[in-house]
Design a protein around this ligand. Structure first.
Ligand code: C2O
Length: 535
Protein backbone atom coordinates (compact mmCIF):
# COMPACT_ATOMS: atom_id res chain seq x y z
CA UNK A 1 0.00 0.00 0.00
CA UNK A 2 1.12 3.55 -0.75
CA UNK A 3 0.89 6.92 0.96
CA UNK A 4 -0.87 9.55 -1.19
CA UNK A 5 -0.19 13.22 -0.49
CA UNK A 6 -2.61 16.01 -1.38
CA UNK A 7 -2.60 19.72 -0.63
CA UNK A 8 -5.94 21.51 -0.45
CA UNK A 9 -5.63 25.29 -0.46
CA UNK A 10 -9.02 26.77 0.42
CA UNK A 11 -9.17 29.92 -1.72
CA UNK A 12 -11.73 32.29 -3.20
CA UNK A 13 -12.10 32.24 -6.96
CA UNK A 14 -14.39 34.05 -9.39
CA UNK A 15 -16.66 31.73 -11.33
CA UNK A 16 -19.08 32.53 -14.16
CA UNK A 17 -22.26 30.49 -14.51
CA UNK A 18 -25.75 31.44 -15.76
CA UNK A 19 -24.12 34.46 -17.43
CA UNK A 20 -23.06 36.09 -14.17
CA UNK A 21 -19.87 36.04 -12.12
CA UNK A 22 -19.42 35.66 -8.35
CA UNK A 23 -16.59 34.74 -6.00
CA UNK A 24 -16.89 31.20 -4.61
CA UNK A 25 -14.96 29.18 -2.02
CA UNK A 26 -12.91 26.50 -3.81
CA UNK A 27 -10.13 24.01 -3.29
CA UNK A 28 -7.07 25.10 -5.30
CA UNK A 29 -9.29 27.36 -7.43
CA UNK A 30 -11.31 24.50 -8.94
CA UNK A 31 -15.05 23.81 -9.11
CA UNK A 32 -15.68 20.93 -8.71
CA UNK A 33 -12.53 20.38 -6.67
CA UNK A 34 -9.66 17.94 -7.32
CA UNK A 35 -10.24 14.17 -7.49
CA UNK A 36 -8.40 12.08 -4.92
CA UNK A 37 -7.01 8.90 -6.50
CA UNK A 38 -5.84 5.98 -4.38
CA UNK A 39 -5.98 2.20 -4.07
CA UNK A 40 -7.60 0.01 -1.47
CA UNK A 41 -5.55 0.00 1.77
CA UNK A 42 -3.55 3.12 0.81
CA UNK A 43 -3.05 5.91 3.31
CA UNK A 44 -4.21 9.39 2.28
CA UNK A 45 -2.76 12.59 3.71
CA UNK A 46 -4.55 15.81 2.84
CA UNK A 47 -3.07 19.06 4.12
CA UNK A 48 -5.87 21.63 4.25
CA UNK A 49 -4.76 25.28 4.42
CA UNK A 50 -7.55 27.78 5.05
CA UNK A 51 -6.98 31.04 3.13
CA UNK A 52 -10.59 32.29 3.30
CA UNK A 53 -12.56 34.26 5.88
CA UNK A 54 -14.87 31.34 6.71
CA UNK A 55 -14.30 28.46 9.12
CA UNK A 56 -13.77 25.24 7.14
CA UNK A 57 -13.79 21.48 7.66
CA UNK A 58 -13.68 18.67 5.10
CA UNK A 59 -15.53 15.34 5.33
CA UNK A 60 -14.47 12.24 3.36
CA UNK A 61 -17.95 10.95 2.67
CA UNK A 62 -18.14 7.15 2.98
CA UNK A 63 -14.57 6.62 4.17
CA UNK A 64 -14.96 4.49 7.26
CA UNK A 65 -12.16 6.17 9.26
CA UNK A 66 -11.48 3.01 11.26
CA UNK A 67 -10.20 4.31 14.64
CA UNK A 68 -9.34 7.68 13.00
CA UNK A 69 -12.56 9.57 13.71
CA UNK A 70 -10.43 12.73 14.15
CA UNK A 71 -10.14 12.84 10.36
CA UNK A 72 -13.87 12.40 9.64
CA UNK A 73 -14.52 16.12 9.34
CA UNK A 74 -18.03 17.24 10.41
CA UNK A 75 -17.56 20.51 12.29
CA UNK A 76 -18.38 20.32 16.04
CA UNK A 77 -18.95 16.56 15.78
CA UNK A 78 -15.42 15.16 15.28
CA UNK A 79 -13.36 18.35 15.19
CA UNK A 80 -13.48 22.08 15.72
CA UNK A 81 -13.42 23.96 12.42
CA UNK A 82 -10.18 24.98 10.71
CA UNK A 83 -10.17 28.74 11.31
CA UNK A 84 -8.93 31.35 8.81
CA UNK A 85 -5.15 31.05 8.47
CA UNK A 86 -5.02 27.59 10.09
CA UNK A 87 -3.79 24.26 8.75
CA UNK A 88 -5.00 20.71 9.48
CA UNK A 89 -3.64 17.44 8.10
CA UNK A 90 -6.32 14.82 7.46
CA UNK A 91 -4.69 11.38 7.78
CA UNK A 92 -6.63 8.19 7.08
CA UNK A 93 -6.26 4.70 5.64
CA UNK A 94 -8.64 3.13 3.10
CA UNK A 95 -8.80 -0.23 4.87
CA UNK A 96 -10.84 -2.69 2.81
CA UNK A 97 -12.53 0.08 0.79
CA UNK A 98 -12.65 0.58 -2.98
CA UNK A 99 -15.01 2.34 -5.33
CA UNK A 100 -16.35 5.84 -5.81
CA UNK A 101 -16.78 8.10 -2.81
CA UNK A 102 -16.43 11.86 -2.48
CA UNK A 103 -15.31 14.65 -0.19
CA UNK A 104 -17.07 17.87 0.76
CA UNK A 105 -16.95 20.77 3.22
CA UNK A 106 -18.95 19.89 6.34
CA UNK A 107 -19.84 23.24 7.85
CA UNK A 108 -22.82 25.46 7.05
CA UNK A 109 -23.45 25.45 3.28
CA UNK A 110 -19.85 25.62 2.08
CA UNK A 111 -20.18 22.25 0.37
CA UNK A 112 -22.20 23.95 -2.38
CA UNK A 113 -18.87 24.72 -4.05
CA UNK A 114 -16.35 22.76 -1.95
CA UNK A 115 -16.60 19.14 -3.09
CA UNK A 116 -14.88 16.58 -5.30
CA UNK A 117 -14.54 12.89 -6.10
CA UNK A 118 -12.60 10.13 -4.34
CA UNK A 119 -11.69 7.27 -6.67
CA UNK A 120 -10.36 4.19 -4.88
CA UNK A 121 -9.11 1.51 -7.26
CA UNK A 122 -8.93 -2.13 -6.17
CA UNK A 123 -5.58 -3.42 -4.92
CA UNK A 124 -2.98 -3.87 -7.69
CA UNK A 125 -3.74 -7.04 -9.64
CA UNK A 126 -7.30 -7.37 -8.29
CA UNK A 127 -9.88 -7.02 -11.09
CA UNK A 128 -13.32 -5.46 -10.87
CA UNK A 129 -16.08 -8.09 -10.56
CA UNK A 130 -17.39 -6.92 -13.97
CA UNK A 131 -15.86 -6.60 -17.47
CA UNK A 132 -12.92 -4.26 -17.41
CA UNK A 133 -13.88 -0.80 -18.76
CA UNK A 134 -11.69 0.83 -21.42
CA UNK A 135 -11.93 4.19 -19.72
CA UNK A 136 -13.38 5.84 -16.64
CA UNK A 137 -15.15 9.16 -16.17
CA UNK A 138 -16.21 11.00 -12.99
CA UNK A 139 -19.60 12.74 -13.27
CA UNK A 140 -20.44 15.16 -10.43
CA UNK A 141 -23.99 16.46 -10.24
CA UNK A 142 -24.54 19.60 -8.23
CA UNK A 143 -26.48 22.83 -7.85
CA UNK A 144 -25.70 26.47 -8.60
CA UNK A 145 -27.01 29.60 -6.89
CA UNK A 146 -26.61 33.03 -8.48
CA UNK A 147 -26.24 34.61 -5.05
CA UNK A 148 -23.96 33.72 -2.18
CA UNK A 149 -25.00 30.43 -0.52
CA UNK A 150 -23.76 31.40 2.96
CA UNK A 151 -25.91 34.54 2.75
CA UNK A 152 -28.93 32.45 1.65
CA UNK A 153 -28.74 30.06 4.58
CA UNK A 154 -28.02 32.80 7.11
CA UNK A 155 -31.03 34.75 5.85
CA UNK A 156 -33.24 31.63 6.06
CA UNK A 157 -32.13 30.98 9.64
CA UNK A 158 -32.88 34.57 10.61
CA UNK A 159 -36.35 34.57 9.06
CA UNK A 160 -37.25 31.02 10.10
CA UNK A 161 -38.47 30.39 6.55
CA UNK A 162 -37.32 28.01 3.82
CA UNK A 163 -34.34 29.21 1.76
CA UNK A 164 -34.46 29.81 -1.99
CA UNK A 165 -34.01 26.83 -4.25
CA UNK A 166 -30.96 26.81 -6.51
CA UNK A 167 -30.97 28.56 -9.89
CA UNK A 168 -29.69 25.54 -11.82
CA UNK A 169 -28.25 22.07 -11.57
CA UNK A 170 -24.77 21.35 -12.87
CA UNK A 171 -22.96 18.41 -14.49
CA UNK A 172 -19.22 18.55 -13.78
CA UNK A 173 -19.61 22.18 -12.80
CA UNK A 174 -21.74 23.40 -15.72
CA UNK A 175 -25.51 23.86 -16.14
CA UNK A 176 -25.34 23.80 -19.95
CA UNK A 177 -27.55 26.14 -21.99
CA UNK A 178 -30.67 27.31 -20.09
CA UNK A 179 -33.45 29.71 -20.94
CA UNK A 180 -31.89 32.94 -19.73
CA UNK A 181 -28.33 32.03 -20.64
CA UNK A 182 -28.42 30.03 -23.86
CA UNK A 183 -24.82 30.80 -24.78
CA UNK A 184 -23.14 28.85 -21.98
CA UNK A 185 -21.62 25.53 -22.90
CA UNK A 186 -22.21 22.39 -20.92
CA UNK A 187 -19.71 19.68 -20.05
CA UNK A 188 -18.46 17.76 -23.11
CA UNK A 189 -17.82 14.05 -22.71
CA UNK A 190 -15.70 12.79 -25.64
CA UNK A 191 -16.05 9.06 -26.32
CA UNK A 192 -14.83 6.52 -28.84
CA UNK A 193 -17.28 4.12 -30.46
CA UNK A 194 -17.48 0.47 -29.44
CA UNK A 195 -15.97 0.89 -25.98
CA UNK A 196 -17.13 0.38 -22.39
CA UNK A 197 -16.87 3.33 -20.03
CA UNK A 198 -17.14 3.24 -16.24
CA UNK A 199 -19.06 6.31 -15.10
CA UNK A 200 -18.58 7.28 -11.48
CA UNK A 201 -21.67 9.39 -10.75
CA UNK A 202 -21.86 11.51 -7.58
CA UNK A 203 -24.79 13.59 -6.33
CA UNK A 204 -23.15 16.55 -4.60
CA UNK A 205 -26.28 18.74 -4.75
CA UNK A 206 -27.29 20.42 -1.50
CA UNK A 207 -31.01 19.83 -1.59
CA UNK A 208 -32.13 17.80 -4.60
CA UNK A 209 -32.60 14.12 -5.39
CA UNK A 210 -31.85 13.71 -9.09
CA UNK A 211 -32.64 11.66 -12.16
CA UNK A 212 -29.75 11.12 -14.58
CA UNK A 213 -30.05 9.97 -18.21
CA UNK A 214 -28.13 9.86 -21.49
CA UNK A 215 -30.08 9.91 -24.77
CA UNK A 216 -29.78 6.75 -26.84
CA UNK A 217 -27.82 4.79 -24.22
CA UNK A 218 -28.45 2.36 -21.37
CA UNK A 219 -26.50 1.88 -18.16
CA UNK A 220 -25.47 -1.26 -16.30
CA UNK A 221 -25.34 -0.45 -12.57
CA UNK A 222 -22.40 -2.19 -10.87
CA UNK A 223 -21.73 -0.32 -7.64
CA UNK A 224 -23.33 2.15 -5.24
CA UNK A 225 -21.62 4.01 -2.37
CA UNK A 226 -18.42 2.02 -3.02
CA UNK A 227 -20.09 -1.38 -2.58
CA UNK A 228 -20.50 -3.75 -5.54
CA UNK A 229 -24.04 -4.56 -6.65
CA UNK A 230 -25.62 -7.29 -8.76
CA UNK A 231 -25.45 -5.77 -12.25
CA UNK A 232 -28.72 -4.62 -13.78
CA UNK A 233 -29.69 -2.54 -16.81
CA UNK A 234 -31.57 0.75 -16.67
CA UNK A 235 -31.91 3.91 -18.75
CA UNK A 236 -32.51 6.14 -15.70
CA UNK A 237 -30.39 6.59 -12.57
CA UNK A 238 -31.95 7.95 -9.37
CA UNK A 239 -29.49 9.39 -6.91
CA UNK A 240 -29.90 11.31 -3.64
CA UNK A 241 -27.44 13.87 -2.29
CA UNK A 242 -24.58 11.94 -0.71
CA UNK A 243 -24.91 8.85 -2.87
CA UNK A 244 -22.58 7.60 -5.59
CA UNK A 245 -23.45 5.20 -8.44
CA UNK A 246 -21.06 3.44 -10.78
CA UNK A 247 -22.42 2.33 -14.15
CA UNK A 248 -21.01 0.77 -17.29
CA UNK A 249 -21.85 2.62 -20.49
CA UNK A 250 -21.41 0.99 -23.91
CA UNK A 251 -20.72 3.48 -26.70
CA UNK A 252 -22.79 1.57 -29.25
CA UNK A 253 -23.18 4.33 -31.85
CA UNK A 254 -20.69 5.29 -34.56
CA UNK A 255 -21.12 9.04 -34.50
CA UNK A 256 -23.28 11.86 -33.19
CA UNK A 257 -23.97 13.95 -30.11
CA UNK A 258 -26.25 12.74 -27.34
CA UNK A 259 -27.79 14.73 -24.52
CA UNK A 260 -26.76 13.96 -20.95
CA UNK A 261 -29.23 15.34 -18.40
CA UNK A 262 -29.89 15.66 -14.67
CA UNK A 263 -33.27 16.79 -13.33
CA UNK A 264 -35.01 16.89 -9.94
CA UNK A 265 -36.88 14.00 -8.34
CA UNK A 266 -39.28 15.15 -5.62
CA UNK A 267 -42.05 12.88 -4.47
CA UNK A 268 -44.37 15.67 -3.34
CA UNK A 269 -42.98 18.80 -5.00
CA UNK A 270 -43.31 21.94 -2.88
CA UNK A 271 -40.78 24.30 -4.40
CA UNK A 272 -40.69 23.50 -8.09
CA UNK A 273 -37.18 23.47 -9.39
CA UNK A 274 -37.31 22.47 -13.01
CA UNK A 275 -33.99 23.59 -14.37
CA UNK A 276 -32.48 20.57 -16.03
CA UNK A 277 -28.70 20.49 -16.35
CA UNK A 278 -27.43 19.22 -19.67
CA UNK A 279 -24.11 18.02 -21.04
CA UNK A 280 -23.21 16.22 -24.29
CA UNK A 281 -21.74 12.86 -25.10
CA UNK A 282 -19.61 13.35 -28.23
CA UNK A 283 -18.56 10.65 -30.67
CA UNK A 284 -15.54 11.49 -32.86
CA UNK A 285 -17.57 12.26 -35.97
CA UNK A 286 -20.06 14.97 -34.99
CA UNK A 287 -19.59 17.42 -37.86
CA UNK A 288 -22.97 18.69 -38.94
CA UNK A 289 -24.87 16.36 -36.63
CA UNK A 290 -27.43 17.86 -34.31
CA UNK A 291 -27.72 16.73 -30.71
CA UNK A 292 -30.04 13.82 -29.97
CA UNK A 293 -32.18 15.12 -27.17
CA UNK A 294 -33.97 13.24 -24.45
CA UNK A 295 -37.64 12.90 -25.21
CA UNK A 296 -38.43 11.17 -21.95
CA UNK A 297 -36.86 12.86 -18.96
CA UNK A 298 -38.95 11.68 -15.98
CA UNK A 299 -41.41 14.26 -14.57
CA UNK A 300 -40.34 15.61 -11.17
CA UNK A 301 -42.68 13.37 -9.14
CA UNK A 302 -41.96 10.06 -10.90
CA UNK A 303 -41.94 8.04 -7.71
CA UNK A 304 -42.57 4.80 -9.65
CA UNK A 305 -39.41 5.24 -11.72
CA UNK A 306 -37.44 6.12 -8.60
CA UNK A 307 -38.76 3.08 -6.73
CA UNK A 308 -38.14 0.67 -9.55
CA UNK A 309 -34.51 1.83 -9.64
CA UNK A 310 -33.88 1.58 -5.88
CA UNK A 311 -35.76 -1.72 -5.60
CA UNK A 312 -33.42 -3.22 -8.20
CA UNK A 313 -30.34 -2.59 -6.07
CA UNK A 314 -28.94 -5.75 -4.44
CA UNK A 315 -25.54 -6.53 -2.97
CA UNK A 316 -23.30 -8.50 -5.28
CA UNK A 317 -23.01 -11.02 -2.42
CA UNK A 318 -20.48 -13.22 -4.23
CA UNK A 319 -18.02 -15.62 -2.64
CA UNK A 320 -15.37 -12.91 -2.80
CA UNK A 321 -17.66 -10.06 -1.74
CA UNK A 322 -20.14 -11.59 0.71
CA UNK A 323 -22.91 -9.48 2.27
CA UNK A 324 -22.30 -9.73 6.01
CA UNK A 325 -25.76 -8.76 7.19
CA UNK A 326 -26.09 -8.83 11.01
CA UNK A 327 -28.61 -11.55 11.95
CA UNK A 328 -28.80 -11.19 15.73
CA UNK A 329 -29.67 -7.66 16.85
CA UNK A 330 -28.43 -6.00 20.07
CA UNK A 331 -29.99 -2.57 19.59
CA UNK A 332 -33.42 -2.31 18.02
CA UNK A 333 -34.07 1.35 17.27
CA UNK A 334 -36.99 3.24 15.78
CA UNK A 335 -36.35 6.86 14.72
CA UNK A 336 -38.87 9.23 13.19
CA UNK A 337 -37.49 11.78 10.74
CA UNK A 338 -39.66 14.85 10.40
CA UNK A 339 -40.04 18.57 10.05
CA UNK A 340 -41.64 20.74 12.74
CA UNK A 341 -42.42 24.31 13.69
CA UNK A 342 -41.07 26.02 16.80
CA UNK A 343 -41.94 29.44 18.19
CA UNK A 344 -39.43 32.17 17.32
CA UNK A 345 -39.76 35.63 18.87
CA UNK A 346 -37.43 37.34 16.38
CA UNK A 347 -38.87 35.74 13.22
CA UNK A 348 -41.37 37.75 11.11
CA UNK A 349 -43.92 34.90 11.33
CA UNK A 350 -43.29 34.32 15.03
CA UNK A 351 -42.24 30.77 14.20
CA UNK A 352 -39.45 28.89 12.51
CA UNK A 353 -39.25 25.68 10.53
CA UNK A 354 -37.21 23.01 12.32
CA UNK A 355 -36.44 19.34 11.71
CA UNK A 356 -35.92 16.48 14.11
CA UNK A 357 -35.18 12.81 14.73
CA UNK A 358 -37.52 11.30 17.36
CA UNK A 359 -38.72 14.85 17.91
CA UNK A 360 -35.23 15.96 19.01
CA UNK A 361 -33.87 18.95 17.11
CA UNK A 362 -30.13 18.56 17.43
CA UNK A 363 -28.23 21.52 18.84
CA UNK A 364 -24.60 21.87 17.79
CA UNK A 365 -22.19 21.76 20.77
CA UNK A 366 -19.51 24.37 21.52
CA UNK A 367 -16.63 21.90 21.17
CA UNK A 368 -16.61 18.69 19.16
CA UNK A 369 -18.51 15.71 20.55
CA UNK A 370 -15.50 13.50 19.83
CA UNK A 371 -13.24 15.65 22.03
CA UNK A 372 -15.86 15.69 24.78
CA UNK A 373 -16.14 11.88 24.52
CA UNK A 374 -12.39 11.17 24.34
CA UNK A 375 -11.36 13.56 27.12
CA UNK A 376 -14.46 12.90 29.25
CA UNK A 377 -15.54 16.54 29.25
CA UNK A 378 -18.99 16.74 30.82
CA UNK A 379 -21.73 19.20 29.95
CA UNK A 380 -21.27 18.97 26.16
CA UNK A 381 -23.76 16.18 25.37
CA UNK A 382 -26.05 13.73 27.13
CA UNK A 383 -26.24 10.07 26.11
CA UNK A 384 -30.01 9.74 26.41
CA UNK A 385 -31.06 9.93 22.76
CA UNK A 386 -34.42 8.07 22.73
CA UNK A 387 -34.39 4.62 21.11
CA UNK A 388 -38.00 5.17 20.07
CA UNK A 389 -40.22 8.27 19.73
CA UNK A 390 -41.23 9.88 23.02
CA UNK A 391 -44.49 11.03 21.45
CA UNK A 392 -46.28 8.29 19.55
CA UNK A 393 -48.99 9.14 17.02
CA UNK A 394 -50.20 7.90 13.64
CA UNK A 395 -47.03 8.99 11.82
CA UNK A 396 -48.27 8.93 8.24
CA UNK A 397 -52.01 9.06 8.83
CA UNK A 398 -54.26 12.07 9.02
CA UNK A 399 -54.20 12.26 12.80
CA UNK A 400 -51.28 14.46 13.68
CA UNK A 401 -49.97 15.47 17.08
CA UNK A 402 -51.63 18.54 18.63
CA UNK A 403 -48.60 20.66 17.84
CA UNK A 404 -45.50 20.40 15.69
CA UNK A 405 -43.08 21.51 18.37
CA UNK A 406 -39.79 19.72 18.79
CA UNK A 407 -37.42 19.54 21.75
CA UNK A 408 -33.90 20.86 21.47
CA UNK A 409 -30.99 18.79 22.67
CA UNK A 410 -27.43 17.58 22.09
CA UNK A 411 -28.24 13.96 22.79
CA UNK A 412 -26.34 10.92 21.53
CA UNK A 413 -27.07 7.19 21.48
CA UNK A 414 -24.37 4.96 22.96
CA UNK A 415 -23.38 1.61 21.38
CA UNK A 416 -20.99 -0.99 22.75
CA UNK A 417 -18.09 -1.88 20.44
CA UNK A 418 -19.11 -4.59 17.96
CA UNK A 419 -22.78 -4.58 18.96
CA UNK A 420 -25.33 -4.90 16.16
CA UNK A 421 -27.98 -2.34 15.33
CA UNK A 422 -31.28 -2.42 13.52
CA UNK A 423 -32.66 1.02 12.83
CA UNK A 424 -36.10 1.75 11.42
CA UNK A 425 -36.21 5.23 9.91
CA UNK A 426 -39.82 6.39 9.71
CA UNK A 427 -40.76 9.48 7.73
CA UNK A 428 -43.83 11.27 9.06
CA UNK A 429 -46.60 12.95 7.13
CA UNK A 430 -46.00 16.19 9.00
CA UNK A 431 -45.66 19.55 7.20
CA UNK A 432 -43.65 18.33 4.22
CA UNK A 433 -43.52 14.61 3.59
CA UNK A 434 -40.27 14.36 1.68
CA UNK A 435 -37.75 11.73 0.73
CA UNK A 436 -34.95 12.08 3.32
CA UNK A 437 -31.52 10.83 2.24
CA UNK A 438 -30.13 9.71 5.60
CA UNK A 439 -26.34 9.41 5.81
CA UNK A 440 -24.44 7.57 8.55
CA UNK A 441 -20.77 8.40 9.11
CA UNK A 442 -18.23 5.70 10.04
CA UNK A 443 -20.17 2.68 8.71
CA UNK A 444 -21.75 1.04 5.73
CA UNK A 445 -25.16 -0.39 6.47
CA UNK A 446 -27.47 -2.88 4.80
CA UNK A 447 -30.87 -1.68 3.61
CA UNK A 448 -32.95 -4.70 4.70
CA UNK A 449 -36.42 -3.27 4.09
CA UNK A 450 -38.48 -0.34 2.88
CA UNK A 451 -42.19 0.40 2.66
CA UNK A 452 -45.02 2.90 2.56
CA UNK A 453 -47.07 4.12 5.55
CA UNK A 454 -46.30 3.29 9.17
CA UNK A 455 -43.77 0.54 9.85
CA UNK A 456 -45.55 -2.57 11.12
CA UNK A 457 -43.06 -4.65 13.17
CA UNK A 458 -45.06 -7.89 12.95
CA UNK A 459 -45.75 -7.88 9.21
CA UNK A 460 -42.80 -5.92 7.82
CA UNK A 461 -39.97 -7.62 9.70
CA UNK A 462 -40.92 -10.95 8.08
CA UNK A 463 -40.25 -9.47 4.65
CA UNK A 464 -36.72 -8.23 5.40
CA UNK A 465 -34.03 -9.22 2.94
CA UNK A 466 -31.18 -10.63 5.04
CA UNK A 467 -29.48 -12.35 2.09
CA UNK A 468 -28.39 -9.75 -0.45
CA UNK A 469 -29.63 -6.30 0.66
CA UNK A 470 -27.80 -3.36 -0.87
CA UNK A 471 -24.93 -2.02 1.24
CA UNK A 472 -24.44 1.74 1.38
CA UNK A 473 -23.78 4.85 3.48
CA UNK A 474 -26.74 7.02 2.41
CA UNK A 475 -30.32 5.84 1.92
CA UNK A 476 -33.53 7.58 0.91
CA UNK A 477 -36.32 7.25 3.48
CA UNK A 478 -39.41 7.46 1.28
CA UNK A 479 -41.88 10.25 1.71
CA UNK A 480 -44.61 8.94 4.05
CA UNK A 481 -42.81 5.62 4.44
CA UNK A 482 -39.97 3.84 6.22
CA UNK A 483 -36.57 2.25 5.61
CA UNK A 484 -34.88 -0.42 7.76
CA UNK A 485 -31.09 -0.62 8.01
CA UNK A 486 -28.67 -2.89 9.88
CA UNK A 487 -25.01 -2.41 10.77
CA UNK A 488 -22.34 -3.62 13.16
CA UNK A 489 -20.81 -0.97 15.46
CA UNK A 490 -17.23 -2.06 14.83
CA UNK A 491 -15.70 1.41 14.67
CA UNK A 492 -15.03 3.26 17.95
CA UNK A 493 -15.69 7.00 17.92
CA UNK A 494 -18.50 9.51 17.48
CA UNK A 495 -20.49 9.12 14.29
CA UNK A 496 -22.85 11.67 12.87
CA UNK A 497 -26.12 10.65 11.23
CA UNK A 498 -28.16 13.22 9.34
CA UNK A 499 -30.35 14.04 6.39
CA UNK A 500 -28.13 14.88 3.42
CA UNK A 501 -30.56 17.53 2.22
CA UNK A 502 -28.45 20.33 3.64
CA UNK A 503 -31.44 22.44 4.60
CA UNK A 504 -32.82 19.62 6.77
CA UNK A 505 -29.44 19.16 8.48
CA UNK A 506 -29.35 22.89 9.15
CA UNK A 507 -32.84 22.70 10.67
CA UNK A 508 -31.72 19.94 13.05
CA UNK A 509 -32.40 16.60 11.34
CA UNK A 510 -29.25 15.05 12.80
CA UNK A 511 -27.92 13.07 15.78
CA UNK A 512 -24.80 11.10 16.68
CA UNK A 513 -23.87 7.61 17.84
CA UNK A 514 -21.06 7.12 20.34
CA UNK A 515 -19.30 3.78 19.90
CA UNK A 516 -17.15 2.87 22.88
CA UNK A 517 -13.72 1.28 22.64
CA UNK A 518 -13.49 -2.51 22.50
CA UNK A 519 -11.24 -4.73 24.61
CA UNK A 520 -8.73 -5.76 21.94
CA UNK A 521 -5.58 -3.80 21.06
CA UNK A 522 -7.00 -2.71 17.69
CA UNK A 523 -10.44 -1.78 18.93
CA UNK A 524 -9.80 1.66 20.40
CA UNK A 525 -9.99 5.12 18.96
CA UNK A 526 -6.48 6.52 18.35
CA UNK A 527 -5.47 9.68 20.24
CA UNK A 528 -6.04 12.99 18.42
CA UNK A 529 -3.34 14.38 16.09
CA UNK A 530 -1.35 17.29 17.54
CA UNK A 531 -2.64 19.79 14.95
CA UNK A 532 -6.34 19.08 15.67
CA UNK A 533 -8.02 22.52 15.45
CA UNK A 534 -9.20 24.21 18.64
CA UNK A 535 -12.55 25.93 19.05
CU1 C2O B 1 -21.69 13.75 3.08
CU2 C2O B 1 -22.19 14.26 7.08
O1 C2O B 1 -21.98 14.10 5.08
Amino acid sequence: AMVRHYKFNVVMKNATRLCSTKPIVTINGNFPGPTIYAREDDTVLVKVVNHVKYNVSIHWHGIRQLRTGWADGPAYITQCPIQPGQVYMYNFTLTGQRGTLWWHAHILWLRATVHGAIVILPKLGVPYPFPRPHMEQVIILSEWWKSDTEAIINEALKSGLAPNVSDAHTINGHPGPVQHCASQEGFKFQVEPGKTYLLRIINAALNEDLFFKIAGHKFTVVEVDAAYTKPFKTDTIVITPGQTTNVLLKTNHASGKYMVAASTFMDAPIAIDNVTATATLHYPNTLGSTITTLTSLPPINSTKIANSFTDSLKSLNSHKYPARVPKKIDHSLFFTVSLGVNPCATCPNGSRVVAAINNVTFVMPKISLLQAHFFNISGIFTDDFPRKPEIVYDFTGNKQPSNFRTNKGTRVYRLAYNSTVQLILQDTGMIAPENHPIHLHGFNFFVVGKGQGNFNPKKDTKKFNLVDPVERNTVGVPSGGWTAIRFRADNPGVWFMHCHLEIHTTWGLKMAFVVDNGKGPNESLLPPPSDLPKC
